[in-house]
Design a protein around this ligand. Structure first.
Ligand code: HDE
Length: 717
């Protein structure tokens, strides 16, 4: 057995750590090698390598001559390196992924579909999910203002089913033929390839001005939805209208939606901007850390369903991807849950090579005449050929867990070897497999189609503003303020007056007040009258506050405890224990990475020291969800002398984060940080807790190791 083969089988035998085993993971393990199992370095063709550091040369003992082309080992190494890159995705190039599973609660969806993946509760369907931004290149930052991709591959027993969704329920355009235009407009401008991963530039806003169907989506794009706190805290939407068919042959239109267990949360814009430089991998690391630390993200999976006969009952076209189906009209029905519980072993073969296609559906699920979906069904299949080659469906991450057999053959990098004398159908061996399936095959729902060929859109597609207003009206006041600031930021980055002046006019067609607030900042002409009346209607589920978990939770949140030598050990221990008991993650931030000593302990007493995970200059408040400052006179005095630590706390306050302090920590807040207008506990013996604007303070914990005060502090309640 070659050394490669032996390492493959050793990896295949090893159970995969920290995860629920599933059929897809076992399937992948057959192709997984572990460098730790290797018996030594080899070439790609299996011979052992004794020297990987020096190219073969000519020498006379004293001097060394030129490299020899003969060195097949060196040539192979360089040649493989030269060809490591493949084209990045033309959109959604920046992303990250994880494995998990999907399970339905019961068979409640069988009213609508016979697809077992949606109706059989005894099944656990393996999934792979890839999250992404849209506009940026593969190496761009995670926290930019953008739509987020939420693509799911379900490895079902009947074949792969892909939902290639986003975190926003609508899209910019109605007809897929406009996709190259909107993407060219948002991507870096052609003359200078600027800006990277930004919609804040002339071309994007020029397109918005001229293509009014973008009105609804632009409102979502300017909202907090476009700067999520975490991939784990986003909704997921299939966006397009699909169909479901039940055993009686009845057809329903359907939209697929996922709701995160942790609620929908966002960064604030200043934080997102800073994180893009301070930690460009913020979302990627967040997902990986949560899974590794045993906090697997979970979503409720639900459907909105409209019977075929009711297709035309709405004042919008249900096949128009720039429209939501308001939940007041079409309720959200939860049917299952999706959990991500395993990180990838290697990014490239899994996350980079995974390929999703909207045309991948299983029996019981079908398409609609949604003109965006119809074009997508062509595009995804097509684009994989540029990226991965024609045999991309054979790649381990893409292949289904059910049998695949057919007469598709050959092409570059074909892996599979199929036995048999014929590769066509019908053939003289007509009882030989693979014959077309007698049952269980994919059958299109018989749908009557007649008419003349024409380049046109449905009549109701002509309305572009009602739902843009509906979305804006449904936001809370703070969400609305963020929309104003987002427009103002973006248009400030457009230097062509034609662009920002026209943009103000276009916003005025959505909402007059909004347009005036934006105009006041960006220098556009101040509109005198609204461009159209606002209908005033709202839909509760459009605001992200609608998704606050019923029981508030800090699960998986990152909480920084700022310490310097002389901190109060019992307070810090209580804080740490309380954070962990709430399934959140405490980090000690100190003057140095290493031991920090509590009050009364000398540097000789290492057992009493606490280990600081990071130092104040090494991290920033942006990377944490809340900040705690324990008591301890010397420690608080040190914090008060450090401009960086004061900035940590002021910045966290500016980003609306919970801040908690005890004893001398409160004194530090009052005298050094000087939070304006905030009520703080007076730093005396009192255990009373003062809460003001997310700042929670107390003179001391109410009793030794009191957990309740600390819980209140970490929750910022
Ligand atoms: Fe995509 N889109 N898209 N898109 N899209 C791609 O396919 C396309 C649209 C979405 O993590 C590409 O494999 C067209 C809507 C995600 O690998 C490409 C149209 C939605 C991903 C493509 C749309 C999406 C893509 C590029 C308009 C939300 C990343 C690489 C008709 C429902 C998937 C690839 C991943 C990727 C085409 C519009 C989501 C070029 C033509 C609407 C999440 O095929």
């Amino acid at each position: 057995m070659s050394s490669l083969a032996s390492t493959v089988s050793a990896a295949a035998k090893r159970s995969l750590p920290g995860t629920t085993a599933n059929q897809k993971l076992s399937d992948l393990s057959a192709d997984t090698v572990d460098v730790n199992d290797s018996k030594g370095l080899t070439t790609d063709y299996g011979i052992k390598i004794s020297d990987t550091d020096t190219w073969l040369k000519v020498t006379n003992g004293n001097t060394v001559g030129p490299n020899l082309l003969e060195d097949q080992i060196a040539r192979e190494k360089i040649h493989r390196f030269d060809h490591e890159r493949i084209p990045e995705r033309v959109v959604h190039a920046r992303g990250t992924g994880a494995h998990g599973y999907f399970k339905v609660f019961d068979n409640r969806a069988s009213k609508y579909t016979f697809a077992p993946v949606l109706t059989d509760s005894s099944r656990v369907t393996p999934v792979f999910v890839r999250f992404s931004t849209v506009a940026g290149s593969r190496g761009s930052a995670d926290t930019v203002r953008d739509v987020r991709g939420f693509a799911i591959k379900f490895y079902a027993q009947e074949g792969n089913w892909d939902i290639v969704g986003n975190d926003i329920p609508v899209f910019f355009i109605q007809d897929s033929i406009k996709f190259p235009d909107i993407i060219h407009a948002v991507k870096p401008e052609p003359h200078n390839e600027v800006p990277q991963a930004q919609s804040a530039h002339n071309n994007f806003w020029d397109f918005f001005n001229l293509q009014t169907e973008t009105s609804h989506m632009i409102m979502w794009h300017m909202s907090d939805r476009a700067i999520p706190r975490s991939y784990r805290m986003m909704q997921g939407f299939g966006v397009n209208t699909f169909t479901l068919v039940n055993t009686a042959g009845e057809k329903h239109f359907v939209k697929f939606t996922l709701v995160p267990e942790l609620g929908v949360h966002s960064l604030v814009w200043d934080e997102a901007l800073k994180l893009a430089g301070q930690d460009p991998d913020f979302h990627r690391k967040d997902l990986q850390e949560a899974i590794d630390s045993g906090a697997p993200p979970k979503w409720t999976f639900g459907i909105q369903v409209i019977p075929e006969a009711n297709e035309h009952d709405f004042d919008f076209d249900i096949l128009d991807a720039t429209k939501v189906w308001p939940e007041e009209l079409v309720p959200f029905q939860p049917i299952g849950e999706l959990v991500l519980d395993r990180n990838v072993d290697e990014f490239f073969p899994e996350t980079e090579q995974v390929a999703f296609c909207t045309s991948h559906v299983v029996p019981g699920i079908g398409f609609s005449d949604d003109p965006l979906l119809q074009g997508r069904n062509f595009s995804y299949f097509d684009t994989q050929i540029t990226r991965l080659g024609v045999n991309w469906q054979e790649l381990p991450i893409n292949r289904p867990v059910c049998p695949v057999i057919n007469f598709n053959r050959d092409g570059q990098l074909r892996h599979k070897i199929t036995k048999g004398k014929v590769n066509y159908w019908p053939n003289r061996f007509d009882q030989v497999q693979p014959v077309p399936a007698a049952q269980g095959g994919y059958v299109e729902h018989p749908t009557n189609v007649n008419g003349v060929k024409a380049r046109m859109r449905g009549q109701k597609f002509a309305e572009h503003f009602n739902q843009a207003q509906l979305f804006y009206n449904s936001l809370t006041e703070s969400e609305k303020l963020h929309v104003v600031s987002a427009f103002a930021f973006e248009l400030d980055h457009c230097d062509d007056p034609l662009v920002y002046e026209n943009a103000v006019q276009r916003i005025n067609q959505i909402d007059g007040n909004l347009a005036r607030k934006v105009a006041a900042q960006v220098g556009g002409p101040m509109p005198k009258e609204p461009g159209r009346d606002n209908h005033g209607m709202k839909s509760a589920s459009l605001s992200q506050f609608f998704y606050m978990p019923k029981v508030p939770t800090i699960k998986s949140r990152r909480i920084a405890i700022l310490v310097a030598d002389g901190f109060d050990a019992s307070v810090v221990q209580t804080m740490q224990a309380t954070i962990l008991s709430a399934s959140a993650v405490p980090f000690i931030i100190g003057p140095r990475r290493g031991n920090v000593y509590p009050a009364g302990e000398s540097t000789d007493n290492k057992e009493k020291a606490i280990w600081a995970d990071h130092h104040f200059e090494g991290q920033r408040s942006t990377m944490f969800d809340a900040i705690l400052i324990p008591s301890g006179p010397a420690h608080a005095e040190y914090l008060g002398r450090s401009g960086r630590v004061i900035h940590w706390v002021r910045e966290a306050f500016g980003h609306l984060k919970a801040i908690g302090a005890i004893g001398e920590g409160v004194k530090f807040l009052r005298d050094d940080v000087q939070l304006p207008g905030i009520k703080l506990a007076s730093v005396i013996d009192s255990a009373d807790v003062t809460v003001d604007y997310g700042v929670v303070t107390a003179g001391k914990l109410s009793q030794p190791n009191s957990a309740t005060d600390a819980i209140q502090i970490v929750k910022g309640s």
